[in-house]
Design a binder for this molecule. Structure first.
Ligand SMILES: [Fe+2]
Length: 434
């Protein structure tokens, strides 16, 4: 198998690292946040959320738990869904003025990412692009440790509670990018699957496909052992490529998605399915936090950044937006058909984990088989049909490819080298998924 982790020849990487947040997972654990905050040494906390979550009963559970633990709490309830550089900086101003010694985020990936960025810019002020990934930003290293952060996800998707990245739109460039540093990884992920019970079907579908793609991309990423060995351990990248540790989480996350995604979308009362999807999100978050994602996410940054007038039901209607998970999965079938030649066995193994029948399938059929299975799941959960479904056409392919090519870190993690013209062809293949 061409993606196998064998002994690396001289000059290539031989080691991989395992980094993860501490995790407490289970129904009702949000009510424990006060005690966890106290044991992290927090006395004055910035509690981040968004308007929708702020109105839900479990947010009050978290706030009351912090107050009961004797912690002084200030709420920042204005986090923007799909944050921008401007919204990150507004949150950072709040964080700086409040002189907090700890952070708690209760919400989806937008809330957790905004909290990470606010803690960073409040603790080590700098121009916005200083810490942003190169080539869009300077990629400057975070100078030191950040105050403790307890991340409490309320969707079952982003895995942000376990990762060392904060993602936002850079408005002037009409693209998404990220800040990546081990310092950003939350101190504790408090994952309470009961928070997902009230999520509308379209939100579960979008976040569920984000989980599925985190797992698929981590599992099919360029193997860690194909990278040049770093000069010193500190230069080892966070996105190491696929490795034996992330494979464990990816495969189990795929198995859980195969079992639970359709059920979790179609029946809000199916607690077992939503809990399984929450656990899949956590596992996939740990996996991609170590392996990194690749082309579907690189392309998603362009799909989200260039949106014109698409709106998804049950998301804020004030402005056009492609939810993150949708912007990723619309690219996945096209990418999987193309990446399969690099590691067909892994594509077949992923398809089998999702529940596809791979008996007798040849290596040549691996990409199509996995792509068709993912497209079938999209169709059955009413996810938009490819780029056309979110408002793009043939005329947009060049602009999409140029922007995706800016995501160098992600493109470099693909199992095959990719050029801008490859990206254009992949976008062309993503115009429709079925
Ligand atoms: Fe994602």
């Amino acid at each position: 198998m061409s993606c196998a982790h064998g002994l690396a020849p001289d000059g290539l990487e031989r080691a991989f690292s395992i980094d993860a947040s501490a995790i407490t997972f289970g129904r009702g654990v949000l009510g424990e946040v006060g005690e966890h905050a106290r044991s992290c040494g927090m006395t004055r906390v910035a509690l981040f959320t968004d308007r929708r979550v702020a109105a839900l009963p479990f947010f009050e559970t978290a706030r009351a738990s912090l107050a009961l633990a004797g912690i002084d709490v200030a709420v920042y309830g204005e986090v923007r869904v799909e944050p921008t550089d401007a919204s990150f900086l507004e949150a950072a101003t709040f964080a700086k003025q409040g002189r907090f010694d700890g952070y708690v985020s209760v919400g989806g990936g937008s809330v957790i990412d905004t909290c990470k960025a606010a803690a960073l810019y409040a603790t080590y002020p700098a121009p916005f692009l200083a810490y942003v990934n190169a080539p869009i930003g300077e990629g400057r290293a975070v100078p030191g440790a950040l105050p403790p952060h307890i991340a409490c996800p309320t969707t079952c998707g982003t895995g942000s509670e376990c990762t060392a990245i904060a993602v936002c739109d850079v408005l002037a460039l009409a693209t998404k990018t990220g800040i990546v540093s081990r310092r950003l990884r939350p101190t504790l992920a408090l994952v309470d699957p009961s928070c997902t019970a009230t999520l509308p079907a379209s939100v579960v579908a979008a976040s569920g496909f984000d989980v599925l793609c985190h797992a698929l991309e981590s599992f099919t990423a360029r193997p860690f052992s194909s990278r040049p060995r770093p000069e010193r351990p500190g230069l080892r990248p966070l996105s190491q490529g696929s490795n034996p540790w992330s494979d464990v989480g990816s495969l189990e996350a795929l198995r859980l998605c195969g079992k639970a995604l359709l059920r979790a979308v179609s029946d809000g009362g199916d607690d077992e399915a939503r809990e399984a999807l929450s656990w899949a999100a956590t596992l996939a978050g740990i996996a991609f936090g170590n392996a990194g994602v690749h082309l579907p996410h690189a392309m998603a940054y362009a799909v989200a950044g260039l949106v014109r007038d698409f709106r998804m039901p049950d998301y804020p209607a004030e402005e056009a937006m492609v939810p993150h998970g949708v912007s990723v999965v619309v690219n996945a079938p096209s990418v999987l058909r193309w990446t399969a030649s690099a590691c067909p066995d892994r594509h077949l193994e992923a398809a089998a984990a999702l529940g596809a029948d791979v008996r007798g399938a040849s290596a040549e059929a691996a990409g199509r088989l996995l792509a068709d299975h993912v497209a079938g799941l999209m169709q059955r959960t009413a996810v938009p049909n490819g780029l056309t479904g979110v408002g793009y056409s043939e005329a947009d392919l060049d602009a999409l490819a140029e922007r995706a090519a800016l995501q160098k870190r992600l493109c470099d993690n693909a199992p095959r080298p990719v050029t801008t013209s490859d990206l254009r062809a992949l976008f062309s293949g993503a115009l429709t998924c079925w």
